[in-house]
Design a protein around this ligand. Structure first.
Ligand SMILES: NC(=O)c1ccc[n+]([C@@H]2O[C@H](COP(=O)([O-])OP(=O)(O)OC[C@H]3O[C@@H](n4cnc5c(N)ncnc54)[C@H](OP(=O)(O)O)[C@@H]3O)[C@@H](O)[C@H]2O)c1
Length: 256
């Protein structure tokens, strides 16, 4: 199929939260074609309404780290657009607020699967479609909690480990394919966001007895976060953003 003349975006985890808000921002652009994933497309009411309203959104079923879903997602994009310009791997899970001492095998493997294995398989499946773009971007929504250097004063270690792992993977992608294929691969922190995940995190951390509370003025809405992420994506370039870890809310780098 001939490559689409639109800017082709893929956003995973677009059923709610930050992903839905990013899809909303992108779908309002005239020359955009947005592939947006949900685990249960038939139940993704807000996303389906956005698709109907704009005519620029294709809702696709995708469970992170499910190989069959990942391959058929890539096939849908290939069939309908022939390329992908910007991938925003946003789907994620925060299973628990426990330390290394307490977190469970299940929490560790689920976090690792959804937050790290998923984006890696996604990259593998989309590599040939990214190479068809004149300015390919592979952006992963990570978290400042995945920074080994920052060391946050509360515990969500299964989550932090999984985000540190995906950071490593994206750095490798950037180092080895960034120069040859000009794929602009980077990770970003979306802010502390009042999505389901962010609200649960702020109350869980406050109740944990760790003595840490997120300052209320740090919290931003999913819509604000999506605007910051869209600005980062719009102003990204291989030379500027490739292989780096960005705080989308400030435009500053985060130490690995
Ligand atoms: N909120 C924050 O403060 C914050 C801070 C730092 C980083 N982040 C990161 O930002 C991203 C978006 O988070 P959010 O705050 O919007 O969270 P959210 O409100 O909990 O939404 C998570 C999204 O990911 C999808 N998802 C969860 N597990 C999945 C799986 N196994 N396969 C496919 N999709 C899955 C969910 O789908 P369903 O609706 O089907 O469950 C939903 O669309 C995540 O990667 C998160 O780690 C968030």
């Amino acid at each position: 199929m001939p490559e689409s003349t639109a800017t082709v975006y893929l956003i995973t985890g677009a059923n709610r939260g930050i992903g839905l808000s990013i899809a909303t921002v992108l779908a309002r652009r005239e020359n955009a074609l947005v592939f947006a994933t949900a685990r249960q497309p038939a139940k993704a009411e807000a996303l389906n309404a956005l698709a109907k309203e704009t005519g620029r959104v294709e809702v696709v079923k995708y469970e992170s780290a499910n190989e069959e879903d990942t391959k058929s997602l890539a096939q849908v994009i290939e069939d309908k657009a022939g390329k992908v310009d910007v991938v925003i791997a946003n789907a994620g899970v925060q299973t628990d607020f426990d330390s290394i001492l307490k977190t469970t095998h299940q929490n560790l493997t689920q976090s690792f699967d959804v937050n790290a294995v998923g984006p890696i398989l996604l990259f593998q499946a989309l590599y040939h479609l990214l190479r068809k773009s004149s300015a390919p971007q592979f952006a992963v929504v990570s978290s400042a909690l995945g920074s080994i250097a920052l060391g946050f004063p509360f515990e969500s270690d299964a989550y932090g480990i999984s985000k540190a792992a995906v950071n490593y993977a994206v750095k490798r992608i950037s180092l080895y394919l960034g120069q040859n294929d000009r794929i602009n691969a980077y990770v970003l922190h979306p802010g502390v966001v009042t999505s389901d995940m962010g609200l649960h995190a702020t109350t869980s951390v406050a109740d944990s007895g760790a003595g840490f509370e997120f300052p209320p003025d740090l919290l931003i809405s999913p819509e604000q976060s999506a605007k910051f992420i869209a600005d980062l994506v719009d102003n990204a370039s291989l030379e500027k953003t490739g292989g780096k870890f960005w705080d989308a809310t400030t435009g500053n780098e985060i130490p690995w």
